[in-house]
Write a protein that binds this ligand. Structure first.
Ligand SMILES: [Zn+2]
Length: 498
C-alpha cells in the first residue's frame, strides 16, 4: 500500500517533469502556403528553404505546382504546359524528399479552374473556357481599369477542361510523386468579376435546363401541368412543368442566359430561376471534388485532399459556386482563407470578426477530419506598407503632389525614424526640397528589403493567438514568401513552437 503510494507520487513527478521538458507544440497542424520560386531551383536552395521551415516548426508545406502560369514539374505528358525553368530541375522530387526527411507533410497545391489567358491549355482549347452571356471569356473583361488576365475554365463541360485536362494532370502528379495530399484552390467560379456572369457556354446553356428539369426529354413539348387547384401559383411545382418557352431554340445566347438567370419557374410567378443557376454551379464544383478524389484514389488509395476555401460557404455557394460544406466526403482538410482582406474594419475589428467567423466555420466544418483556418501574414501590415507604396507611386508621377507625399509620410514617420532613419531623413529632406534626388532610390531599396521590426511581429502573433484561442486543430499561414519579406520567421518559430 505504502509502496504503491510512493510509486504513484514518483510517477506523477516524472510525468510532470517530462511534460515540461518536452512540451509538444499545441497546434497539431502548422502549415504554410508557398510558391516554388521561394524554394529556388537548385538542390542547395531547396535544402535551405526546407531547413527554415523545420526550424520554424512548420509540419505541413502546401506548395503551388499548378498555377495560372503552368505546371512546375518536368511532365512529359503535359510538356507544353511546363514552366520553362522547371523542365530540367525536378523541384517537387527534391522538396518532397527534403520535407519527408524532416517529418514535414507535403500538399501539392493546384489552381483548379483559373488558368492564365496565355496559358497553353487556354490557347489550345478556347472551347473549354467559361463564357459570359455575350459569349466572351473572362479575359475579355476589364477590372479596375486593367485587362483581366485570368482565363476561367468551365467546370461543367464534358468532355472539357475538367475531365480532359485538370483531373488527368492531378492524377499524373499523384502517380509520379510521394505526395501526402492534393490541395485545391480556385475550386469555384470567379468572384472578383460579376458573380452571375459564368458560365453560359454552349454546354451550360444546354445543361442547366436538363439539370433543373425545365423540360422532359421523352415529352419535350408537353407542358406537364397538373391541375391548378390551389390559390398559390408556386404550390403547383411537383409535376415539374415545362419551364422553357416553346421557341427556346430561337432564343439568342443572351436571351437564354437572361431567362436562366432572371426568369420565373411559372409565368407570372416569382423570379426564381436564379436559384437553379446557383445550385447548378455548386453541383458542378462539388462534383469535381468527387471525381478527382475517385480518379486519384484509383492510383493512390490513401491519398488525402485539402482545400483553400472562402470564409463563408453559405455566401460563397451563391456568389462563386463554392458551398464547401458539401466537399466533406472528398476533402479531409478544410482551410478557410480567413485573410484580413476578407473582413471589413481596422486590425482590431478584424480580430473580432476573425474569431466570430472561425466559430461559425467550426460548425460548417464538422464533417471534415481536419479544420485549419488560414491567415495572410503580409496583409496584416497594410498600415505600414500602403503609405510607402503610395509615396512611390507619387514619385513615379513626377513628385508633383507634395502634400500627398507629406500626408503619407506622416502616417509612417515614427516607425521610419526607428527602423530606417536614413529613409526618414531622405523623405524629410525631399519634403523641404522636392528636387532632392535621394528619397526615391532609398524608398525603392527599403521596399525591396524591409528591415526586421518595421512590420510589427506582434500583429501576426496576436492574429495567430486569436485563431488558436478558438480551439482549432491547426493553422495555415499565407505565405512563406510573405513571412520572408516581412522578416517574420522568428515570430512564426516562437508561435508554432508553443
Ligand atoms: Zn460552361
Amino acid at each position: 500500500m505504502r509502496h504503491a503510494r510512493i510509486l504513484k507520487a514518483l510517477l506523477l513527478i516524472a510525468f510532470s517533469i517530462g511534460a515540461t521538458a518536452s512540451a509538444a507544440p499545441t497546434l497539431k497542424g502548422r502549415a504554410v502556403w508557398a510558391s516554388p520560386r521561394e524554394a529556388g531551383a537548385t538542390e542547395a536552395t531547396v535544402v535551405a528553404y526546407v531547413e527554415q521551415l523545420a526550424k520554424a516548426h512548420v509540419n505541413t508545406l502546401i506548395m503551388e505546382l499548378k498555377t495560372s502560369a503552368g505546371i512546375f514539374w518536368p511532365s512529359e505528358r503535359f510538356a507544353p504546359a511546363v514552366v520553362p525553368e522547371y523542365k530540367a530541375f525536378d523541384v517537387p522530387a527534391v522538396l518532397i524528399r527534403e520535407c519527408h526527411k524532416r517529418g514535414i507533410a507535403f500538399h501539392v497545391w493546384f489552381f483548379d479552374f483559373a488558368e492564365g489567358g496565355s496559358s497553353y491549355v487556354a490557347q489550345q482549347h478556347p472551347e473549354w473556357l467559361a463564357l459570359g452571356p455575350e459569349g466572351k471569356p473572362s479575359t475579355a473583361e476589364v477590372l479596375r481599369g486593367q485587362p483581366y488576365r485570368m482565363a476561367w475554365m468551365c467546370p461543367a463541360r464534358r468532355p472539357g477542361y475538367t475531365d480532359q485536362w485538370l483531373i488527368p494532370i492531378i492524377q499524373e502528379f499523384a502517380e509520379r510523386y510521394d505526395v501526402d495530399a492534393i490541395h485545391h484552390d480556385y475550386v469555384r467560379y470567379p468572384g472578383d468579376l460579376a458573380p452571375d456572369t459564368y458560365c453560359f457556354c454552349d454546354y451550360c446553356l444546354e445543361q442547366i435546363p436538363r439539370y433543373a428539369s425545365y423540360y422532359s426529354t421523352t415529352h419535350p413539348d408537353d407542358p406537364l401541368l397538373g391541375r391548378f387547384d390551389r390559390p398559390h401559383l408556386e404550390a403547383h411545382w411537383e409535376t415539374s412543368p415545362k419551364v422553357l418557352p416553346p421557341n427556346w431554340k430561337d432564343y439568342s445566347r443572351e436571351m437564354k442566359s437572361r431567362l436562366l438567370l432572371e426568369g420565373s419557374f411559372f409565368p407570372g410567378g416569382n423570379r426564381d430561376l436564379d436559384y437553379f443557376f446557383y445550385e447548378y454551379r455548386v453541383h458542378q464544383v462539388t462534383a469535381f471534388t468527387r471525381e478527382v478524389f475517385e480518379a486519384v484514389r484509383k492510383v493512390k488509395p490513401r491519398m488525402e485532399f485539402s482545400a483553400a476555401v472562402f470564409k463563408n460557404p453559405v455566401q460563397s455557394g451563391r456568389f462563386i459556386g463554392q458551398d464547401w460544406r458539401q466537399f466533406a466526403p472528398w476533402v479531409q482538410y478544410v482551410m478557410p482563407m480567413d485573410y484580413r482582406s476578407h473582413f471589413g474594419g481596422d486590425f482590431e475589428t478584424h480580430l473580432d470578426l476573425l474569431a466570430e467567423s472561425i466559430q461559425q466555420q467550426k460548425t460548417w466544418a464538422r464533417d471534415f477530419a481536419h479544420f485549419w483556418p488560414g491567415v495572410a501574414a503580409y496583409q496584416l501590415y497594410d498600415e505600414e506598407r500602403e503609405p510607402l507604396t503610395r509615396i512611390r507611386g507619387l514619385f513615379r508621377d513626377g513628385g508633383k503632389d507634395v502634400e500627398g507625399v507629406r500626408a503619407a509620410f506622416e502616417a509612417v514617420a515614427p516607425r521610419l525614424r526607428t527602423y530606417a532613419p536614413d529613409l526618414h531623413a531622405a523623405l524629410e529632406a525631399w519634403l523641404k526640397d522636392p528636387k532632392s534626388p535621394e528619397a526615391a532610390a532609398k524608398l525603392d531599396a527599403f521596399l525591396a528589403n524591409v528591415p526586421e521590426g518595421y512590420y510589427p511581429a506582434e500583429r501576426l502573433t496576436r492574429t495567430l493567438e486569436r485563431v488558436r484561442a478558438q480551439g482549432v486543430e491547426g493553422a495555415v499561414i499565407f505565405s512563406s514568401g510573405g513571412i520572408t519579406s516581412a522578416k517574420l520567421w522568428k515570430a512564426v518559430e516562437e508561435f508554432f513552437g508553443k
